[in-house]
Design a protein around this ligand. Sequence first.
Ligand code: ATP
Ligand code: MG
Length: 552
Amino acid sequence: MSEERSLNFIEEIVEADIAAGKHDGRVLTRFPPEPNGYLHIGHAKSICLNFGLAQKYNGKTNLRFDDTNPVKEDVEYVDSIKEDVKWLGFEWANEFYASDYFDKLYDFAVELIKKGFAYVDDSTAEEIAAQKGTPTEPGTGNEYRNRSVEENLRLFAEMKDGKYPDGAKVLRAKIDLASPNMLLRDPLMYRIKHAHHHRTGDKWCIYPMYDFAHGQSDAIEEITHSICTLEFVPHRALYDLFIERLNLFPSKQYEFARLNLNYTVMSKRKLLQLVEDGFVDGWDDPRMPTISGLRRRGYTPASIREFCERIGVAKRENMIDVGLLEFCIREDLNKTAWRRMAVLDPVKLIIDNYPEGQTDIFSGENNPEVEGGDGSREFPFGRELWIERDDFMEEPTKKYFRLGIGLMVRLKNAYIIKGESIVKDADGNITEIHCSYIPESKSGNDTSGINVKGTIHWVSVEHAKTAEVRLYDRLFKVEDPSNEDGDFKDYINPDSLQVIKTAYIEPDLVNAVAGTPVQFMRKGYFTLDKNATADKLVFNRTVTLKDGWVKK
Ligand code: ATP
Ligand code: MG
């Protein structure tokens, strides 16, 4: 972690508040997801920021489900959000729900009506929109705006009691129909929605709008720093005004730029479409930018936290290259992943001068990057091996340092071999490569005096296990699919998933555990898929060893 970085602008605000003794130096943040989808990497940024501030300044963070819209919300989402926040390594002080405050919010609304600050409006949504005016023209009031407090109290109570159908009436704040800030032109506070809520059931048929629920929830919890993304800047005046008119705890809102990542989409609405339309295998498909997708792909919490730290906290929107995320996971896995051999595109290699039926046991380090080593494992070697098809070239080019007829290469942790001949099938495909080995060239005890430039990996045919291997590429062909003409789904990369049905892996890999990283030497970092079984091993490629992406 980059410990010595300068303070970001929110840390500066928090430090100034602490120095001024505001709230006795107390810091309480909240992470307020709406449980209408799975969390994505953008949420991870918000989580790291909110929980990170609390950790740094000896404060706390509440997890608050912003569940004021009954139709789109679900317990499945609540559970996944809790799992993801925990997995990222954070602990919340309290688990709250905006719906726990429905009674209080209702009382607040009644209080505002009594103060003459709210009224029941019977207009349709279209009428209200038309009466709002435009940024250059003030809005016009209507007869409902002059309703008496008594009438408003009665109508609002009737709305709550279910006397009216959806859309028949709304409760609006009485503010300023000429305000240059359109959100202050008598915004809605409550609407009627006869819908079952995942927590409050059928108790309510009126639900508070975001602007009336969020700030008041913050104030109820006595949140000191309410951090959200830039699109809420125009909402801040309303946030402050409700708190002032209700004389509540003075929570304050601060805005930062949301994280945008290229080659993906990040709105839950769009991610839901990808899931529902079957473009991906669920919310946790390893190509999804969701936390659960990244987890299944083999990303570690530390790599995601490091990524969020590196991108910093910006005041202006920008687009972050997914290459940075990949860099962070590579750095992390390089230090932790055990090295293993797996052949993804196999061709058979036969060592003609190696005794038939003989097996040697060789060993290799688990991770040479770890200082002092990280142990080693053994693997068998025999006369027939699987090697990668592209590690052999029939007519080698000048700088080709791998196997060819007459060319020598080292088999990793084993011997130097020399290509002798090939066998092809009727279609001209190579089915066997024959070679000879140099017995004196054994790794660790090489007295052959031969220097070769290349080393290739291999797996013994007799001892190899098989696995399915899934190679992932970017989900979209273009950097910003949401900003292209037409539907964002038109820009899905058709080659984002390549499935290798039968790869050969060294025997020790049957011990792989989902979530534990492994490096397939020269091929990338992988992890066992969560749905793999002992009978069917499936590995997901987390990331290649090098950044090999070429713009198409
Ligand atoms: P989406 O637009 O993806 O549906 P949202 O903002 O509606 O996201 P919420 O559940 O309301 O999702 O968000 C919870 C918190 O996460 C909010 O404080 C929100 O500002 C923050 N957040 C959401 N997306 C991002 C992002 N891309 N970068 C940073 N913070 C984000
Ligand atoms: Mg939202």
